[in-house]
Design a protein around this ligand. Structure first.
Ligand code: ADP
Length: 226
């Protein structure tokens, strides 16, 4: 078995983070922590917290940093992440969140931050065709269409449009990615934690590139010290 790992995946909406995180989490046997999935399931369950965050999600706005930091702090405190590590998907999204994550991870820190690079014109095409299984969450799209229209290949569930995948919300989320999250690329680069990976091509090719970057970092950490 490949030992655990502590990773962050960055990339704009539609870059394929969700799909790749599922694959990486199987490969390294670590939990995939998607803040978007956590918030969506809270919103669905109708708790007070869910009601509070669903406004932000529908509008494509960021949930406030202090709220998100508490959510992630609680999740990172569980046994599975403490013992094996994690793959963070959708967090950090701001420099304040990245700073808080550094503090939460003392003394071990992150192994690596991967930036999944896909140009904006391609993510717009992918987002327009994105469908998600309402039952198991598997993601389908232009590059990996389902075998049967609107039916999940994995579990037979119904494929739906994510309700925040409206034109306005997508535009706002991409704007916020550029203004709040993209600065993290140079922030992590300065800290010798970043590897950029080409996100174009079939999912299995992209996974192979990510795994190569992660294993390279694990076996030759000094190369990143610049
Ligand atoms: P996407 O990357 O397509 O925007 P996600 O599933 O990662 O989708 O997130 C959905 C929504 O959840 C975001 O638009 C935002 O409202 C909220 N969200 C998720 N993660 C964070 C975070 N780290 N900070 C603030 N808001 C977040």
């Amino acid at each position: 078995m490949v030992p655990g790992v502590r990773l962050v995946l960055l990339g704009r909406q539609g870059a394929g983070k969700g799909t790749q995180c599922v694959r990486l989490s199987r490969h390294y046997v670590v939990p995939h922590i998607s803040t978007g999935d956590m918030l969506r399931s809270a919103a669905k369950s109708g708790t007070d917290f869910g009601r509070q965050v669903s406004w932000y999600m529908h509008a494509g706005e960021l949930v406030p940093d202090d709220v998100m930091i508490k959510v992630v702090e609680h999740r990172l405190d569980q046994h599975d992440t403490k013992n094996r590590g994690f793959i963070l998907d959708g967090f950090p999204r701001t420099v304040a969140q990245a700073e808080a994550l550094e503090d939460l991870l003392i003394p071990d820190g992150l192994d690596l931050v991967l930036d999944l690079e896909v140009p904006t014109e391609i993510v717009l095409e992918r987002l327009a065709s994105r469908r998600v299984c309402a039952v198991c969450g598997t993601i389908f799209g232009i590059d990996n269409p389902p075998r049967w229209r609107n039916i999940c290949d994995s579990c037979g569930g119904e494929l739906i449009h994510r309700d925040d995948d409206t034109e306005d919300s997508i535009r706002r989320r991409l704007e916020l990615y550029a203004s709040s999250t993209e600065p993290l690329i140079s922030w992590y680069l300065e800290r010798h934690k970043l590897a950029a990976v080409d996100g174009l091509g079939p999912p299995e090719r992209v996974s192979a590139r990510l795994i190569r970057a992660i294993d390279n970092r694990r076996h030759h950490p000094a190369e990143y010290l610049g």
